[in-house]
Write a new protein. Structure first.
Length: 545
C-alpha cells in the first residue's frame, strides 16, 4: 500500500516534470500564490497551442465582463454535443472556483487539463470526454484581499472573495438561477452537453477531522434514487479505496461533529453546512438523473496538500469512469427511462408519490473517523498571521460513531400527470425552461381533473446557513377538483426525463423550490394571501377530460 500522507505532507515530485511555461502559478511560487483569471486564461491558451484535443467555448460573460471558458477535451476532438454523443463515451465535468478562496479546485483542474492535453494521461480520452471550467467565478477571483484569518493555512498569501460581483453565493443558486454564472452553467453545460458526472471542488475551512478530502453525492431525496445511491454506495467508496492505494490520500464522507464533545459521537452533514436542499448545485444535478459529487478539503493544511488532494480525487474519478463507464451510462439512462415510465403508468391513478421534504437519517452501521482531539489558533511567531493547527501526524481513529449521512424523505406529495398554470406567470415558465424542462402552451381551453393547493398561511422568512436568504413558506392543503384552463396557459407534460426538476420547482410545499425563492409572491399577495386563504396558481392534473 502507498504511504498515507497526513496533514500537509505530499509525495515528493508529485507535480511531474514540466517546462516553466507549462507550470501553474502555485508550482512557480512554491505554493504561496494562486492564479488570477488572466493567468488562468493564459494557461489554457498555452495548452490549446500545444494540443489537438481541445475545444474551447464561452460558458458566460460575468457581470464585470470577464469570460468564463468551458474546455472540452476529447480524442478525437469534438466540437458539438452531437459529436460527443455519437462517440458513446461518458462525459465528465470538472468545476473549480465556485468559491474563489477555495482555489485548490481551480489549480487541480488546470493540472488535470495539462495531463490530458499535453501530458502522460491522454489515455483517459480514449474512454471519456472531459469538460473543464477551472474558474467558474472569475469576478470573485479578481476581488483580492489580505487576511490574518485562521480559516485557511495562510497560503495562498493573498486570497479572492467567496461571492461574485453581484454579492451572490453561487452555490446557493441551483434552483433560482439568478446569477450569470449559474445561467451559463445550465444553458451551456448541463442542458447543452449533459455531462453524466459532475465534480464540484471546494474547501471547508475550519475542521478537526484528519482527512484530506470529504466528499458527498447529491442528497436531495426528490431525485431518482438510482444515480444518487450509485454515487454514494458504489462510486465514492471506490474512489475512497482507490485514492488511498494509489495516492496515499485519505477521503471520507462530508459531515462534521461537535468539536467540544470528544471523542466524536455523531457524524452529521448538517454540521458541515450541507442540507438536502437543491439550492446546492450538486444536489440540483441529482434531480436531473445524473451523478454529481461535491468535495471539501480541510483549510488548515498547506495549499500544496489541498491541491494534491483535489488532483488525486479528480484522477481517481477518471480512473473509475475508465473502468466502469458503461455501467455509469446505464445508471443514467435507466433513471431517465424509469422517470418517464412511472409518469406514464402510475401518475393518472394518483398513486405516484415523491418527496417534498427530507432530512438526514442514521445509516444502518456505525462509522469510523480519523480526527484530532484538539485545535489551537495563534499567531505564527514573527508574523501577523493566525494559524489554525489541529494536530500533527496520524490522527486518532474513533470507532462506533453514529453516521447521519442517509438522506430520507419525510413528507411526500402526489406526482401528477402534468402541471398547468396561468399565462401571467411567465417568469415561472422561463425558469423551468432554463432548467431544461419542456413547457408548452395550451392551444385551446382544457378541462382537467386533479388537485389544487389552498394556501392558508403565507410567510416571508429568513433562512440559510452562513448567509440568510429571504424565503417564502406556504401552509395549506390539497383538494381534488376539476378545472378548466384557457388557451395560452402553460402546460408541463411530466412524461419527460426532467420531471423531478419540474416537481421540485413547482410543488408549493418544497422549501427551496420556486415558491421558496419568491417566484409566486407577487401573484399570491395580489390576491390577499397575507390575510386570507387563496388558491395556489399551479394546478396538478391527473387526467385531461
Amino acid at each position: 500500500m502507498t504511504k498515507r500522507y497526513w496533514g500537509s505532507d505530499v509525495p515528493e515530485g508529485w507535480t511531474g516534470d514540466h517546462p516553466d511555461e507549462l507550470k501553474t502559478v502555485p508550482e512557480l511560487t512554491d505554493f504561496t500564490k494562486t492564479a488570477n483569471h488572466y493567468e488562468t486564461l493564459e494557461f489554457i491558451s498555452k495548452l490549446a497551442w500545444r494540443s489537438e484535443f481541445m475545444h474551447i467555448e464561452r460558458m458566460f460573460i460575468s457581470k464585470l465582463r470577464r469570460v468564463c471558458p468551458l474546455v472540452i477535451l476529447s480524442n478525437p476532438r469534438v466540437t458539438t454535443p452531437e459529436e460527443a454523443r455519437a462517440t458513446g463515451k461518458p462525459l465528465v465535468y470538472l468545476q473549480g472556483n465556485i468559491h474563489p478562496p477555495e482555489s485548490e479546485g481551480k489549480e487541480s483542474v488546470l493540472m488535470v487539463m495539462r495531463d490530458l492535453a499535453v501530458g502522460d494521461k491522454r489515455h483517459y480520452l480514449d474512454h471519456m470526454i472531459v469538460l473543464c471550467a477551472p474558474d467558474f467565478n472569475p469576478d470573485g477571483t479578481e476581488t483580492w484581499e489580505v487576511k490574518n484569518t485562521s480559516t485557511f493555512s495562510g497560503t495562498p498569501h493573498i486570497q479572492s472573495m467567496r461571492h461574485n460581483a453581484a454579492d451572490a453565493d453561487i452555490n446557493r443558486d441551483g434552483i433560482q438561477m439568478r446569477t450569470l454564472n449559474m445561467q451559463g452553467l445550465y444553458q451551456n453545460v448541463l442542458n447543452k452537453w449533459d455531462p453524466h458526472v459532475t465534480l464540484d471542488l471546494h474547501s471547508m475551512g475550519r475542521v478537526q477531522h484528519g482527512y484530506s478530502i470529504l466528499y458527498a453525492p447529491s442528497y436531495t431525496p426528490t431525485g431518482h434514487p438510482g444515480p444518487r445511491e450509485y454515487t454514494q454506495y458504489n462510486l465514492l467508496p471506490w474512489i475512497k479505496d482507490h485514492a488511498e492505494k494509489e495516492y496515499g490520500s485519505m477521503f471520507y464522507t462530508h459531515a462534521d461533529y461537535d468539536w467540544d464533545d470528544w471523542p466524536p459521537k455523531v457524524w452529521d452533514p448538517v454540521k458541515g453546512g450541507y442540507s438536502v436542499e437543491a439550492k446546492f448545485i450538486v444536489n440540483a444535478i441529482g434531480l436531473r438523473n445524473r451523478l454529481s459529487i461535491l468535495t471539501e478539503t480541510p483549510g488548515h493544511v498547506g495549499f500544496e496538500k489541498r491541491i494534491y488532494a483535489s488532483y488525486a480525487f479528480a484522477l481517481s474519478l477518471l480512473d473509475f469512469v475508465t473502468e466502469r463507464g458503461e455501467e455509469l451510462l446505464k445508471v443514467c439512462k435507466d433513471a431517465d427511462d424509469d422517470v418517464v415510465k412511472c409518469i406514464q403508468e402510475k401518475a393518472e391513478s394518483g398513486e405516484l408519490m415523491n418527496w417534498v421534504e427530507g432530512e438526514y437519517m442514521e445509516q444502518d452501521e456505525k462509522c469510523e473517523l480519523y480526527a484530532y482531539p484538539t485545535r489551537t489558533e495563534d499567531y505564527i511567531p514573527g508574523t501577523s498571521i493566525i494559524q489554525h493547527v489541529i494536530g500533527e501526524g496520524e490522527p486518532e481513529l474513533i470507532k462506533g460513531v453514529t453516521d447521519l449521512t442517509k438522506p430520507t424523505g419525510t413528507k411526500e406529495s402526489i406526482v401528477p400527470r402534468g402541471y398547468v398554470f396561468y399565462e401571467e406567470l411567465g417568469e415561472v415558465e422561463e425558469k423551468l425552461k432554463a432548467h431544461g424542462v419542456k413547457v408548452t402552451k395550451l392551444e385551446e381551453p382544457v378541462t382537467m381533473e386533479g388537485y389544487e393547493f389552498i394556501v392558508d398561511k403565507y410567510s416571508e422568512v429568513k433562512k440559510g446557513w452562513i448567509r440568510m436568504f429571504d424565503m417564502t413558506e406556504l401552509e395549506g392543503g390539497w383538494f381534488k377538483t376539476r378545472k378548466t384552463y384557457p388557451a395560452g396557459s402553460y402546460h408541463v407534460d411530466m412524461a419527460q426525463p426532467l420531471a423531478n426538476v419540474a416537481f421540485y420547482c413547482l410543488e408549493p410545499e418544497v422549501g427551496d423550490g420556486l415558491v421558496g425563492w419568491n417566484y409566486f409572491n407577487e401573484y399570491l399577495k395580489g390576491r390577499g394571501s397575507e390575510t386570507n386563504s387563496v388558491v395556489f396558481p399551479v394546478f396538478k392534473y391527473l387526467k385531461i377530460l
